[in-house]
Design a protein around this ligand. Sequence first.
Ligand SMILES: Nc1ncnc2c1ncn2[C@@H]1O[C@H](COP(=O)(O)OP(=O)(O)OP(=O)(O)O)[C@@H](O)[C@H]1O
Ligand SMILES: [Mg+2]
Length: 330
Amino acid sequence: MLILGIESTCDETSAAVVQDGREILAEETASSAEVHRLYGGVFPEMACRRHIDAILPVISSALQKASVFPQDLDAIAVARGPGLIGALLIGLQAAKGLSIAWDKPLIGVNHVEAHLYAAMMAKTPLFPAIGLVLSGGHTLMLEMENAGSYRLISTTVDDAIGEAFDKTATLLGLAYPGGPALEQMAKTGNGAKISFGLPKVKNNPLAFSFSGLKTAALYATKQASQEDYPDIAAAFQETAFADLLRKTRLAMQTRSCRSLVFGGGVCNNRRLRDLFQEQFPGLPQFWPAPGLSADNAAMIAGLGYHKFIASNGQGDPLDLEALPRTPFWN
Ligand SMILES: Nc1ncnc2c1ncn2[C@@H]1O[C@H](COP(=O)(O)OP(=O)(O)OP(=O)(O)O)[C@@H](O)[C@H]1O
Ligand SMILES: [Mg+2]
């Protein structure tokens, strides 16, 4: 079964053709990150303008690369949220227009659920599992009974982990989005030279909080010279990841967990993967394949396939709305 996926929740305009929820035949992505770099964060109006320019070209390019004609498609899946409302509407309207023009069912997909699906695309995890979404907008720990059934264990009370990476990277003079640059800087630093306390949330040992850590990094930069910045980057990264490891371990104490499933852009971080693999040896871990951690349309098409099957091939009605905030868990 062939699904066209469309992603436009933030600053990537992406289209992909995926077969049977697993095999990526082609993907085309246009990013407006270089525009947002000038402003130090995503400028929603500029993101929307770029989506408008890019949406149809990325779709036709993905189809061409996959050697797939519109009539070969079984359905069109689109990220309906969470994300920037204007950006979501552009992807959604394109998907609806093509659904009418090509007479193909429409399927709305939750973007954050799709981040987790990216890790399950190649191989189905062992369930029950614990899922961790580590992205620019979310930090979620979830109980997964199976693919598609999620219960929230905890989330962040303030910044998402990717957001904290980006803000700390800005303090260290790195360009937006600073997460990957902070990881590179941390490689040349010594995290043990500075001690940032592990984040704690009152009365909720599993909840995440990254704003205090970011503020600690701010004070450290004020007292440091620029040559010490790599040490601050390393200390920030080590503390944030130590917090994830500690809370994952704590959650596992009272839940059965046969594997860990990871999703979201921060999963690009090599140090994060190494730490989890070192500290949970023997526990199967499912990470997104290269290119599938950050925003992409392949994960939308992949999850869309399962939603399409679950709807008995009906898909969603054409008045499907964008959902900028709605959660996908119970
Ligand atoms: N190597 C890395 N180390 C740390 N953070 C990273 C790395 N690569 C990407 N990131 C971070 O991942 C985030 C982007 O991830 P993603 O695209 O999943 O988020 P988003 O789409 O903005 O948010 P959401 O998916 O929650 O709506 C950014 O904050 C970015 O800095
Ligand atoms: Mg995302």
